[in-house]
Write a protein that binds this ligand. Structure first.
Ligand code: HEC
Ligand code: HEC
Length: 368
């Protein structure tokens, strides 16, 4: 409770900006002079390439944090990136900058933790991602593997990660796919509530991942899967240096019992509710045996049995029933939401499944 009064006396916003100011100071004495000079031929105007070489230090730092120190360092000394600007000649400057920056980053986390900013109170330690095309399980014991400022708890958490390539428009991009987040309590008889969690990569909150924001579950000694059968895609070029941490929202001991999520039926007719927690999936993922369309549609809409002439196993054919970026106007979604004559004919699917299809359409309906 001492924490609370401290929080009132020193609003975290004020303390938080003190932490930010210290970090900015460290940046001006480390990476800023290096990148704003050596990379200015190309990295001044964002957002595509990153604006970390901007002469404006705030713009530069924002972009630097967005991309992450690991990528900046790797490209700066990579002779294949943009010689003669990049290569081993930059190593001494990068090493010197990195020493200052690494120390400042850890001071920054401690500073935030001391500021009473509850955002940082429940976070795992960072772990090397080391993801490949094969599924890897990352797990944490929150009794010991916690971030600075986090109170240890008898909670275990794991999530699966792998690297996958996805076609966005005409471009092939690679990223991380997360699945099967699981939680359990390591002491019998104790229960912990969890509102949700977010994923941090290289010290940056990955805001695009909203899938796990609103879970509201209670964990006990038996492990629960917080979101089965759901792939969550994070578009960013995987780097060997990438580190991951998990930040929990509302993780605290409770007497309540777990209430597994109810399936909320979407409103009838064309009215489409906002897309909340649906993962972004590609066509290939949706039609896979475990995907929403694969599980619920292709038994009747394939190349052999082609009800209503609609073959949902074929990308081009499926797109005939889709208005790209307009899920509410897309025949597939209209029929999935239609209460009188739904697809599948056996009855409407859970809203998360419908939202997963909608999100695919509203994200440009990527194929791979
Ligand atoms: C001559 C132009 C040019 C210069 C100079 C240059 N870059 Fe780049 N950089 C690019 C382009 C183009 C891309 C995007 C495509 C690619 O990765 O080649 C890029 C991409 C990047 C990325 C993003 C890679 C990713 O993983 O998404 C980073 C980080 C980066 N550069 C760092 C640097 C650093 C650090 C320097 C200076 C030491 C630098 N670059 C100098 C042109 C340049
Ligand atoms: C048990 C078989 C069956 C399943 C499973 C099934 N459908 Fe259908 N579907 C049909 C039949 C039969 C029709 C034609 C009659 C109708 O429109 O109601 C049809 C029609 C449609 C149409 C209308 C096509 C047009 O041109 O009018 C769409 C769109 C559609 N289905 C989408 C889906 C989607 C999406 C799924 C899965 C979420 C699905 N269907 C699952 C049997 C099925």
């Amino acid at each position: 409770m001492a924490k609370k009064s401290m929080l009132l006396a020193t609003p975290s916003l004020v303390q938080g900006s003190v932490c930010e100011a210290q970090l900015l100071q460290a940046y001006s004495a480390s990476f800023f002079p290096v990148v704003s000079n050596k990379c200015k031929a190309c990295h001044v105007v964002g957002p595509g390439l990153g604006a970390f070489a901007s002469p404006d230090i705030n713009t530069s730092l924002a972009s630097f944090r967005e991309l992450g120190a690991a990528r900046i360092k790797a490209n700066a000394v990579n002779p294949n990136h943009k010689p003669p600007y990049t290569g081993s000649q930059n190593q001494p400057d990068i090493d010197a900058a990195d020493a200052v920056w690494t120390a400042a980053s850890s001071t920054y986390l401690t500073c935030l933790a001391n500021s009473g900013d509850s955002e940082l109170q429940m976070k795992t330690a960072e772990k090397a991602m080391e993801a490949t095309a094969a599924v890897k399980i990352l797990s944490w014991d929150l009794n010991s593997e916690t971030a600075v400022g986090t109170q240890p708890q008898p909670v275990r958490f794991s999530i699966e990660v792998k690297v996958a390539s996805v076609k966005v428009g005409t471009e092939m991009m690679s990223g991380y796919v997360f699945t099967n987040p699981k939680i359990s309590v390591s002491q019998s008889g104790r229960k912990f509530a969890i509102d949700g969690f977010s994923i941090w990569v290289n010290g940056q909150l990955q805001e695009e991942i909203t899938t796990y924001k609103n879970l509201k579950r209670v964990a006990n000694i038996d492990e629960i899967n917080l979101m089965p059968d759901t792939n969550t895609l994070l578009m960013r070029t995987p780097m060997t240096e990438d580190k991951i941490a998990i930040e929990f929202a509302g993780l605290q001991e409770t007497n309540e019992n777990d209430k597994p999520p109810e399936v909320i039926a979407p409103p009838a007719g064309g009215a489409t509710p906002p897309i909340n927690n649906a993962p972004l999936q590609t066509f290939r993922q949706l039609v896979a045996a475990t995907g929403v369309i694969g599980k619920n549609c292709i038994a009747c809409h394939n190349g052999t049995r082609t009800e209503a002439g609609l073959n949902l196993t074929n990308y081009t054919a499926a797109k005939g029933a889709v208005v790209v970026n307009k899920s509410a106007d897309s025949l597939i979604v209209k029929r999935m939401l239609n209460s009188g004559n739904p697809m599948p004919p056996s009855g409407r699917l859970p809203s998360l499944d419908v939202d997963t299809v909608r999100k695919w359409i509203d994200s440009g309906a990527p194929e791979l």
